[in-house]
Design a protein around this ligand. Structure first.
Ligand code: AMP
Ligand code: GLY
Length: 424
């Protein structure tokens, strides 16, 4: 039998997943809701927003979709997996209860403490005055975080009590992140290189992917504001396979075991954002989905059939799958719209993507693109993700940067130091 799949989302991550699934001999049809101009080339876009769970459900039933894969966190936090399962539909991703690991930082922190998972010391508050009192007495650098989803923006680094007070005001009083700021988490400020470990989970077994290193700041030298991610490479050469085993034992398996024990088994992608501090490994956060742009650098390294892995996860059979990765490395550079991550224009005509794609071992994933009367145009802040594989990281980087030379849109900006800087 050949299968029909539905991918929910519209970014570079979803293009990379669609690209990988379309290569599976078992997959006949790939739908992407809502998708972008890139996903349209490997499947069929469906004009349904990621938030419209009833419409997604109707679509999956109507088209007899065999497997749905959910890209972004918002529909997972809203319970899309529970809704699909209630109608007997197969879906890859955590339930609403399991997705709290990302949707509530206070939940994640107390879960980590309960499971003995190494993480920054913290306190959580719902009361503004109590939080203010705490940071006033703290007199140390700290990180103030809005509890809920804030598109990666609800994290404020503070050098002293005054900055922490200002951060609390922004989150709890000015409510810049809305309801996400009902609760705050205040953490000790850690230092060290960061690494993202993404893993496939079937509720019992957890299988890590190659470690990836994202570059979150907008400009070279790790300057400028935080973004969704400006580039990434995998594997991170400083993470040995012994260290991955340790990560699995200390920060991945305890999530699977703890969630199963709570009666909310974890099926889907578990993404651990880690910091390698002088005192050892610490979990900064868990995400309950594929990372973006991590996925754009990891998928080109996958030799096995992604569809088979997803199916095995939904059947608690992951232990039986032999997941193979190609040797070498993959590097991804994000091409962003002028102004990103602040306000940016849309609709900028893009040229040269086909030329870039024709380079050896290069694949250009679309992050924020659309077609306007046949012309490829930008439709988001992160516009394209240029990925290249190679025998080693340097070769991959050379290919990615070489291909970028062919691409143009007005005001296009990208980092020139991906993979060349020890970064978070
Ligand atoms: P989060 O969304 O919690 O991962 O935070 C986003 C980014 O903030 C991380 O990738 C880190 O660069 C930084 N960060 C978060 N928590 C801490 C911490 N306790 N100490 C230092 N940096 C942190
Ligand atoms: N690249 C960071 C994230 O997906 O959360």
């Amino acid at each position: 039998m050949r299968y029909t799949v539905l991918i929910v989302g519209s970014g570079g991550r979803e293009h990379a997943l669609a690209w990988s699934l379309a290569r599976s001999p078992q997959v006949d049809k790939v739908f992407i809701a809502p998708g972008n101009a890139g996903t349209q080339a490997v499947g069929t876009n469906v004009a349904i927003s990621v938030e419209d769970i009833p419409a997604l459900l109707n679509f999956a039933q109507e088209k007899e979709v065999n497997l749905t894969i959910v890209g972004p966190e918002a529909p997972l936090a809203a319970g899309i997996v529970d809704a699909f399962q209630a109608w007997g539909l197969r879906v890859f991703g955590p339930t609403q209860a399991a997705a709290q690991l990302e949707s509530s930082k206070a939940f994640a922190k107390s879960f980590m403490v309960e499971q003995g998972i190494p993480t920054a010391a913290y306190a959580a508050f719902t009361d503004y005055e109590e939080a203010m009192e705490y940071v006033t007495e703290l007199k140390r650098p700290c990180v103030v975080k809005a509890d809920g989803l804030a598109a990666g923006k609800g994290v404020i680094m503070c050098d002293n009590s005054e900055q922490a007070q200002a951060a609390l005001k922004v989150i709890m009083q000015d409510r810049v992140f809305g309801e996400s700021g009902n609760t705050v988490v205040i953490e000790e400020l850690l230092t060290g290189p960061e690494v993202s470990i993404l893993a496939f989970c079937d509720g019992k077994t957890v299988v890590p992917m190659p470690p990836a290193r994202d570059h979150k700041r907008a400009f070279d030298g790790d300057a400028g504001p935080n973004t969704g991610g400006m580039g990434v490479y995998a594997p991170a050469p400083d993470i040995s396979s012994d260290f991955i085993d340790e990560i699995r034992r200390l920060v991945l398996q305890p999530v699977i075991t703890g969630m199963a024990r709570r009666g909310t088994p974890y099926v889907g992608i578990l993404y651990a954002g880690l910091m390698l501090t002088p005192d050892g490994l610490r979990v900064l956060e868990y995400n309950c989905r594929f990372g973006d742009p991590e996925t754009e650098a990891i998928m080109p390294l996958l030799e096995s059939d992604l569809f088979e892995i997803f199916m095995a996860c939904t059947e608690q059979q992951l232990a039986k799958v032999n997941i193979r990765w190609r040797p070498g490395a993959c590097a991804t550079v994000i091409l962003a719209a002028p102004g990103y991550p602040e306000a940016y224009p849309k609709g900028l005509p893009i040229t040269g993507v086909d030329e870039a794609n024709s380079h050896d071992e290069v694949v250009v994933f679309h992050a924020g693109t659309a077609r306007n009367k046949g012309q490829l145009v930008s439709s988001g802040g992160r516009v394209l993700a240029v990925s290249a594989t190679g025998g080693d990281l340097d070769a991959a980087l050379r290919r990615a940067y070489g291909a970028i030379e062919d691409i143009h849109f007005d005001g296009m900006h990208y980092r020139r130091d991906i993979g060349k800087i020890q970064t978070g």
